[in-house]
Design a protein around this ligand. Sequence first.
Ligand code: PHB
Length: 398
Amino acid sequence: MYPTMDIRTTVAIVGAGPAGLLLGHLLAKSGIDFVIIENRSREYTLGRIRAGVLEQSSVAVLASLGLDGRLSEHGLVHDGIYLQYAGQRHHVDFNALIGRTVTVYGQQQVVNDLMLAHDALGSAVYFESADVLPRDIDTPRPSVEFTHDGTSYSVEADFVVGADGFHGVSRTIIPADSITTYERDYPFAWLGILANVAPSTDELIYALHPEGFAMHSMRSPQVSRLYLQVDPDEKIDDWSDQRIWDGLHRRLGIDGWTLHEGEITEKSITPMRSFVASTLNYGTLYLVGDAGHIVPPTGAKGLNAAISDVAMLGAAFTTYYAGDAGPLSTYSERALRRQWKTQYFSRWMTEMLHTSGAGTEAEFRYRGQVGQLEYVTGSHYALQSLAEQYTGLPIEGI
Ligand code: PHB
């Protein structure tokens, strides 16, 4: 038997990814007590390579908490993106179209900044916790049980927040008759690399090519991030560095432009999925980020959706403890309303830019996509709509 330790807090947060860590900061700012419980190690959490683009609204949330010190120094503000198809590259200038921008800054850097700020606050963050289990979420006295460093903990709280990702335990403890999940898998995946080479482009390139989608992103003036559409059952071991570069050259190449190669420091294949839970609230449990929804990465919405959930939930808790339970009672509905718009945009971008199928059906699809891209890049209204969605829809209630 482990020794036991009972802790009382106000909000118990499961998960120390960007969503859980950010929620902690919002609560701290309002003087609301919290504990964060994470089953991975701090190093693992910091090492995960994920998204790289922050919506203008996400930057604003981080800035409102004073968490944008390194972000404002190292984030790369981009006025737009390039859309490429049929050998042509079109610049989409969000700033000129609607006066908004995005900032390229790795999720890892966001997590690092949030962790360092928690260190400075002396926040209670339990990494490497085992057997994490929220309990009594259908009562006003929920708790989270876990073991950490040879001790069994029970953290009793007013509320539990599941910020533990798609594979986390929090969503799974909602009774099956109280939650429905909506899902869509795609017949392709992304092979992503990090390379020690200066980006060959000033802004991100999203390319449709008959062989499949390709993208050129970046992490810093010295580090490039590139992606290739591959079949979901491809094995990373079958992709030598040269095979990856050759594919990138073919799909991203246009006349008069050179893709610079460099040492590949990381490569992996990620499946693509759209997923939404029918509710982000059950009793005293609230879900944020990937615990409640997943988008395919085209359009870079995953991290931003987590930030918007957390901004709404943090504001709702603040209002709750100021005596108004209204915003908390509508959190799930409001967050899902924004999420379904994000789902629509991510799927639209994904289906516009990825190839699938075989034979004349694939050809029909591809030609239709070229028509769609010609329309989008040729229409001021379509470009404004793309710009509005890419740079981030408003976050209601913050
Ligand atoms: C990335 O840099 O990892 C990235 C950028 C844009 C996307 C997806 C991923 O749409």
